[in-house]
Design a protein around this ligand. Structure first.
Ligand SMILES: [Zn+2]
Length: 289
């Protein structure tokens, strides 16, 4: 059983490539690829929320203050200055090219049979792109990384989402466009160490753009309960079950996004329905230039 959770401390940023770990030739990777935002009507700020929770007793959770960091400047020009030229101009640029036709299919307003089927190859590309973008967004927004250097190096080599990583996709109807939620959780186990280490880190990140929401969860090891976003809104993309029927029957709203990234009590609850104490201070808002 998971017995306590707390907001974690950020790791120190390094000067080596975020993905392959090599030093030198560091370039900048756009957090949102430029092609995706071309012609989009977007407000010139970006907001990243970091939410924290603690398990305070067997049946109760306590919410840490929600940190909401708003940065000035277009969300479309935010960059991660921690990616090498080989990665940026190589596999990352190939991934952008490969995912475009997949999004173009997913953006179509309707399909002859009422839905379209994404092939295993398209699912692999979509999942890899979602994982790459969510990890970059976490690093840009919080300065810390849930995936370990080893997980990032392996992903760089094979572009397959690692174990304990899941991806879902939804059609989105709402105000959010190029909106990102980042949830970082540290889960602790008091009775015995999890695999010799003391805690697990979990990232849940939603990426919403042009009527699509992608939801990515990455754990840095086994043992943290799974989450199951409502299947009528969220299609499971990864782990792959062979094919994805797109779109799901219902669209996800702005509230649905907050529900999946803002309330971990569904999937962390052991036993069912713990008490959930909201933080009285509300959201801590920070503005950075
Ligand atoms: Zn690299």
């Amino acid at each position: 059983m998971l017995s306590s959770m707390s907001q974690r401390r950020p790791h120190k940023p390094s000067k080596s490539c975020y993905f392959c770990g090599r030093t030198g030739n560091i370039t900048e990777e756009h957090a949102w690829p430029r092609w995706l935002g071309r012609g989009a009507d977007v407000e010139p700020t970006q907001t990243t929320r970091t939410l924290g929770f603690s398990r305070v007793s067997l049946e109760a959770y306590s919410e840490a203050p929600t940190r909401e960091v708003t940065k000035q400047g277009s969300v479309l020009t935010t960059r991660l200055r921690q990616v090498c030229r080989n990665c940026n101009g190589g596999w990352m640029s190939q991934l952008e090219e490969a995912v475009r036709p997949v999004f173009e299919r997913m953006w179509e307003p309707e399909y002859p049979l009422g839905f379209t089927a994404l092939s295993p190859r398209e699912i692999g590309v979509l999942a890899a792109w979602a994982v790459k973008t969510a990890w970059v967004r976490e690093q840009v927004g919080s300065g810390s990384s849930t995936p370990t250097p080893e997980m990032r190096r392996t992903f760089t080599a094979d572009r397959v989402p690692p174990a304990f990583t899941s991806v879902w996709a939804a059609r989105h109807t709402g105000q959010s466009n190029f909106g990102v939620y980042v949830l970082q959780v540290e889960a602790r186990h008091q009775d015995r160490p999890l695999d010799g280490r003391e805690s697990r880190n979990v990232l849940v990140c939603s990426l919403t753009f042009r009527g699509i929401s992608l939801l990515v969860r990455t754990d840095d090891g086994w043992g943290v309960p799974r989450m199951t976003p409502p299947g009528d809104r969220w299609a499971q993309v990864w782990p792959s079950t062979g094919g994805v029927a797109w779109p799901p029957p219902q669209s996800a709203s702005d509230d649905d996004l907050l529900e999946v990234v803002g309330r971990i009590s569904h999937w962390m609850s052991v036993p069912e329905l713990p008490k959930f104490h909201r933080h009285p201070g509300g959201v801590v808002r920070i503005r950075r230039n």
